[in-house]
Each structure stands twice: as C-alpha cells, then as structure tokens.
Design a binder for this molecule. Structure first.
Ligand SMILES: Cc1cc2nc3c(=O)[nH]c(=O)nc-3n(C[C@H](O)[C@H](O)[C@H](O)COP(=O)(O)O)c2cc1C
Length: 200
C-alpha cells in the first residue's frame, strides 16, 4: 500500500497515481506553449486500437486571443473556476477508421476508450511537470463543434483545465467545500476474478 495526499492504496502503486487529483483552485499563471505541448506529447504516447491515435486536442493558452472563447465553451459552473486555469483543452476523437470516403472507412468501436487513455496520460504528466489537470464533461459540445470547426465524424469527448494549484480561498464557498482529493471504492467492488462483480 502507498499513502500520500490523504489517500491510501490497497496495493503498492506508484505515489503519482494518488498525487493526481482534480483541484478547481488555480493561480491563473501563464503557461508556456512548450510546457503544454509536453503534456500533449505524453498524451499522444498512449496506446490505441491498431495504433489509430484517434485523439485530437484543441487548446488555448490563458492570455491568448482564443482564451475567452474557450472559457465561454464551458458550462457556467465550470467557467466559474476554470477561467483561472493556465490552459484549456478540448479532447475530440475520430469515430471512424480508415480514409474518409474509401472502402477502408468503418466505424471505430474504441475511439473514446483510446482518447480516455490519452487524457489519463496527460493528467499524470501534468503532475510530473508541476501542474494539475482537471477533466470536464460539463462543456458545450455542439457549440464546440461549430465554433472550433470540428468536422463530422469526430466526437467532442471532454474538456481539460490545466494549471498551477492555488489556495482554495480563491473559490466560491461551494467549491471550497469539495476541494480535496477524493477517495475510491474498495478494489473488491470493481475488480473480480473469473466472473462479473460490481452491479451497483
Ligand atoms: C471525463 C471527466 C469529466 C468530468 N467533468 C467534470 C466537470 O464537468 N466539472 C468538474 O468540476 N469536475 C469534473 N470532473 C472531475 C471529477 O469529478 C473527478 O475526477 C472525480 O470526482 C475524481 O476526483 P479526482 O480526480 O480528484 O481523483 C470530470 C472528470 C472526468 C474524468
């Protein structure tokens, strides 16, 4: 078992997996594009079915001309805190394999799974690089497609806020109350040997 960050694993996992969590309190510090690209580089070393690499990342850096538009593409409850992040990323994935309009084109079963793996890599690299990454399902999917020119056949998966952690006093009272590393279900509820366990 590993203990860090008010978390304790049941088996001896690397502390990095417990150190990664999703704060909402960010400093609003500027991030260099090369620092963000380091996170995206890690993300795109994720494995994917047949090495199709269906993930696409559309990003904006705080202080850039795209920033306000990206903030406006989050749901209001996420805007409230994510506007203080250093970068915002939308993860999009290609939902078909093979070249468009050819006999090779067919639906992908695993594109979202693959893109999720890439997000996980990004979140771990963020910690290694001294940042935190916070995933967001609360985003304006249709508007993102339209305003960021996402073509048909690509699924808008999620948003990611990346930043340097700040004291929780920068948050609203409601968000301050939930600003801590969360716990997990016991492993026995989600992992089973030989047959399915975990319905509930
Ligand atoms: C795909 C995804 C979508 C999420 N959507 C939101 C969101 O819209 N707003 C938010 O504040 N947190 C969001 N979260 C953060 C989760 O609530 C958080 O990861 C979860 O509670 C586990 O906590 P931890 O990441 O601190 O370990 C999201 C996380 C993921 C991975």
């Amino acid at each position: 078992m590993t203990k860090t960050n008010s978390r304790e694993s049941e088996y001896p996992v690397d502390p990095m997996f417990l150190d990664r969590w999703s704060p909402r309190a960010f400093t609003g510090a500027i991030i260099q594009e090369a620092e963000l690209l380091t996170l995206l580089d890690a993300a795109h070393w994720a494995p994917s079915s047949a090495n199709n690499q269906p993930w696409r990342f559309i990003y904006a850096l705080k202080g850039s001309e795209h920033w306000e538009k990206f903030v406006s593409l989050l749901n209001e409850s996420n805007q409230e805190w994510a506007k203080n992040a250093s970068a915002l990323i939308f993860v999009v994935s290609r939902s078909f394999n093979g070249a468009r309009g050819t006999s090779e084109e067919r639906p992908s079963y695993t594109h979202s799974f693959d893109a999720g793996t890439a997000w996980g890599y990004l979140a771990i690299q963020a910690r290694i690089s001294g940042f935190y990454a916070h995933g967001m399902g609360g985003i304006k999917h249709d508007e993102i497609k339209e305003k960021l020119d996402v073509p048909d056949g690509y699924r808008v998966e999620a948003g990611i806020a990346v930043g340097r952690i700040a004291d929780k006093s920068v948050l609203s009272e409601r968000n301050q109350e939930r600003e801590f590393p969360s716990q997990r279900k016991p492993l026995s509820e989600i992992a089973s040997n030989g047959h399915f366990v975990g319905n509930g």
